[in-house]
Structures are given as C-alpha cells and as structure tokens.
Design a protein around this ligand. Structure first.
Ligand SMILES: Nc1ncnc2c1ncn2[C@@H]1O[C@H](COP(=O)(O)OP(=O)(O)O)[C@@H](O)[C@H]1O
Ligand SMILES: [Mg+2]
Length: 361
C-alpha cells in the first residue's frame, strides 16, 4: 500500500498543502506546534477511521472555515484509488464526514475502510507498554477486528454477556432465581470467552516472532524482548468461573475472563512496564506496531503505510539510524523536531512551518 500524493485544504492549521511522499521513507521536520502531527492525521483520515487523536469533526476544520478536504491518491497491489474525504462544519451544506472514491459518492467516510490501510505510532501509544491492561487488550482486539469481521461479532457477544452478568451481580438479592440465571450466563461466557481467548492467543503467537525480530533489529541484537499472553485464570474457564463465584458476588462484577486478560512484555527477562527506559519502551511499542503491520500484510497482501509520529525522540543513534535508513519496502512517514536528522537519513525531507509544507531535498 502506498500513498502517492495528498492534497489538503483547511485541515487544522494547514490552509493548503500538496504532499508527495517517497515510496520508502519521508521525514517531516519542524518545531513543536507547526502541523506535523496534523499532516499525519490527515493521511490517517483516508483509512476512513476516526482521528487518531480522537478529535471531533469541528476541531479538524481550520478555524473560521466551513469545511475541510483531504484528497489522496493511494495504490494497493491491484488498484489505484482517489479517496476524497470532506468534512463539513455546522455552517456547511453537507455536515460531517463524507467520502468519494474516484469521484463516486461513498456516503459516510467510514465506508472507505479497507481502500487504504495504515498503522500509526503516536506518542500516547507508549501506554501499550506503560499503561493498564485494557490498552494492550485493545491492541489485540483492534487488530483482530480489522482483520476478521467474525471477531467483532464474537467480541460483542462476549462483552454483552459480561455486562449482563455484572448487572445481575449488582442486583443479586433482588432477582428471583438469580443463581440459576448466573449458571446460564456463565455457560455463554465460557462458550464465547474460550473462543475469544484462543483467537487472541493465536493472533499474538502469530505476530510474536516478528515482534521479537523487530526488537532485535532495532536494538542491534543487544537486547532480547519476549512477550506472553497472560490469562486472568488458570486452566479451564468453566472451572475458573465456578471457583470465583463467591468472589464475583462479593465484588459485584465478573472478576475473571478474557475481559481481564493481559499480555506481558519483558526485555532481557525484566518487565518492560516497570524496568524499561523510555527509549526501550518506545522500541518495544514500535516492534509491536511493525508486527501489526506485517500481520495486516499477511492477510490482505498489502503492507500498510506506517505513520510514525515523534517516534525518534529518546532513541539512541543506532536505533534512529535503523528507522531512518533500514525500513525499506514499506512506505513510512516519520515526523521529527530534530533538524540534525537531515544528515542521518536517506529519505525524502519536508519541512513544516506554521502549517506550510515545503520540500527540503
Ligand atoms: N482546527 C484548527 N484550526 C487552526 N489551527 C489548529 C486547529 N487545530 C489545531 N491547530 C493548531 O495546530 C497546531 C498543532 O499542530 P501539530 O500538528 O500538533 O504540531 P506538531 O508539529 O508539533 O506535531 C497548534 O498550533 C494548534 O493550535
Ligand atoms: Mg506532533
């Protein structure tokens, strides 16, 4: 998958920009607050997804303007498409986010999903290592949802069942036949939960060799990463639910099951969450993101475009060099504040200054 060119109108602080990234590596340099992340975010819009900063439509439109347009020409292994995303503000005739592909109306922007695939690394993704288990579960669930629509159905069924059981646990003494009802809910939880666990574990094992290899490359073989899915219970789920029944009743919620699972990342045998430096954590997240992208390629046949926002800070020279010279065969767009990087990269360089994009080399 490649982004061949991009035209931006009235997007955040960018009034107008024409961007032609290299098929390999492009570096966008500029000081803080100039519009580098805004540019990456506009590329991401072509996936049909929400802004990766979780912003509302109105925030994406340049101040004092009525609408914003992001139009990109993207090519996959078998087609070239022109994706045009229009964002209409309150005063606009057409409100909200809509899309056209090759001039044909596609309705809501989300309907272009799949035409352009991309994986983002944003600084807040460091929470994948540092943060709570729900961010890590989301990483696996989001990837599986993107890859397999059947996973979304399974995931929703399971989560609905958890919500139902939690509601019952909170009103246990007011509900007639509560214990029989709990048995019925548990049967469904076991049916869906066991499948969910298996699919997550299968996915994680399938990308684990790649994650380990990426980390080995980024750290020039000096450190070893390992990763392991950690279930919230031992053995079989039915037995686990029976064993924790009293605890669940006391807690008022369902304390075991895939909704409480996690995965643990270790670097040289030590927990990355507690021991790793910022640079090591960044490298670990990057290894996960690159593996996620390779996983998408394995299923769709196309490697997604990598959008790496502020990934270089806190990485040592060797790690920066890896990112700036060795990520061939996959299109990557990287932002950085450090102008000293110019000498280190063989990529195409753009400068972003106050919303103006200029080519440097
Ligand atoms: N809707 C908007 N209209 C105008 N400017 C905006 C809008 N949204 C954000 N900005 C401006 O964009 C700038 C931040 O851009 P950003 O891409 O995050 O910077 P950086 O280069 O550090 O990544 C800020 O100055 C902010 O005020
Ligand atoms: Mg930024």
């Amino acid at each position: 998958m490649k982004l061949d060119e991009l035209d931006i109108t009235n997007y955040r602080n960018i009034t107008s920009a024409h961007f032609v990234p290299s098929p390999d590596l492009t570096v966008i340099c500029g000081n803080n607050g100039q519009g580098k992340t805004n540019l990456l975010e506009s590329v991401w819009l072509l996936t049909g997804g929400k802004s990766f900063r979780g912003s509302k439509d109105a925030e994406l439109i340049k101040e004092n303007e009525d609408y914003s347009v992001v139009e990109g020409v993207v090519s996959s292994a078998d087609e070239i498409s022109d994706i045009r995303i229009f964002i209409g503000g309150e005063a606009s005739e057409k409100k909200g986010r809509s899309a056209k592909v090759n001039g044909v109306d596609y309705g809501r922007a989300t309907s272009v999903a799949g035409k352009f695939t991309s994986v983002v690394f944003a600084p807040n993704h460091l929470s994948l290592v540092k943060g709570s288990p729900d961010g890590r579960r989301r990483f696996i669930d989001a990837a599986l949802c993107q890859l397999y629509p059947s996973y979304i159905t399974l995931y929703r069924r399971y989560m609905r069942q958890v919500a139902q059981k939690n509601a019952l646990l909170k009103n246990l003494y007011k509900t007639p036949n509560a214990l029989q009802l709990l048995d019925v809910y548990d049967d469904f939880l076991v049916e869906y939960g066991t499948q969910l666990c298996e699919r997550r574990q299968t996915y994680l094992s399938s990308i684990t060799p790649d994650i380990i290899k990426n980390y080995d490359d980024i750290s020039s073989g000096s450190e070893q990463l390992s990763i392991e899915y950690v279930k919230s219970f031992d053995g079989d789920m039915q037995a686990a639910l029976e064993a924790t029944r009293k605890k669940d009743v006391y807690a008022g919620f369902c304390t075991v099951g895939p909704h409480r699972d996690d995965f643990e990342i270790t670097i040289n045998g030590k927990s990355a969450k507690s021991y790793a430096s910022q640079g090591q954590q960044r490298s670990a997240v990057l290894s996960l993101k690159l593996a996620e992208a390779a996983g998408i390629q394995a299923v769709t046949g196309d490697h997604p475009v990598m959008l790496l926002d502020d990934v270089l800070s806190e990485l040592d020279d060797a790690r920066q060099e890896y990112l700036l010279t060795r990520m061939k065969n996959k299109q990557s767009i990287v932002t950085a504040c450090d102008a000293g990087l110019f000498d280190k990269t063989d990529g195409k360089i753009y400068l972003m200054e106050n919303g103006m994009l200029k080519i440097f080399n």
